[in-house]
Design a binder for this molecule. Sequence first.
Ligand SMILES: [Zn+2]
Length: 321
Amino acid sequence: MIQMKKKSLALFALFFIFVAAFANGKKDLSVKKSSDKSFSYDKSGLVIKSPANESDTVQIAVIATSDLHGHIYSWDYAVDSPLNGSGFAQTDSIVKGIKEKYKENLLIDVGDLMQENSSELFNDCDIHPMIQALNFLNYDAWILGNHEFNYGLDFLEKNILGFEGRVISSNIKYADSGKNFVLPYQIYEIQGVRLAVIGCTPTQVTTWEGSTPEHFQNLNFISPMDSVKKTIKSIEGQYDVLVGAFHISREGEFEDEGKGGAFQIAKACPELDLILAGHEHAVYCTEVNGTWVLEPGKFGSHVALATLDLKKKNGKWRLLK
Ligand SMILES: [Zn+2]
């Protein structure tokens, strides 16, 4: 079952929970600020979400948000008025409901968390409130969007280190070493099912940040199509379910238009079981070449939900279409 959940309006105020969480001092919010040279993202290895058991069936809910753009509460700070149907506070109650129904789940944000709604006023925080929100809501993965690069690498790196889940994008490489800036993919094990998530970020960061090249110093953004294909090949045999989490539009744009979008990647990479997209601020849920592609709008207006039913046959997990 694949569906998009529209938010209801009567939801609780996360603010008080945030205040309580920070006031009791349980969370260590201190993060070492890194310089360009010392930054390295060394989280790696399998993440075991839940142990395998005897059952030969499992249902996993893959839940996604995208393009929150600084919206924690349902409020537009530019005009100082409510913005109904927006914000993490509402997302949280939707996600909680889904998690109650589907005990095995994975929660992903597909990028552009930062920028807009006066959220830059908090850029000096050790960990930006949007990342604190991801941590508070127990997100498993954060895919880097283009707007994550708006405020420079020091800002981005301290927030990457401050996120408690995994930061994923397969197509951002160091120009000098060719190494990945963050994780190209992450494999999560859920009741013995190995679910791989591959991320990607728009290559146009270098154009959009062209007036401030220090915002992507020593980084190359390679074609999502190429990086996804290469990453899939590199993890052949290591996963049971393959999820693309792409901060790119359906059809691609500029030099990638018509050849590097989520739909084209779906057509070119039949190994992908599901694609969670972002960047376009659109709401859609459609099947392309046998792969479901979903995008959950903007500012937290929607939550994307894909439920995956799997059955073990001859020792191998198979996704029931
Ligand atoms: Zn966006």
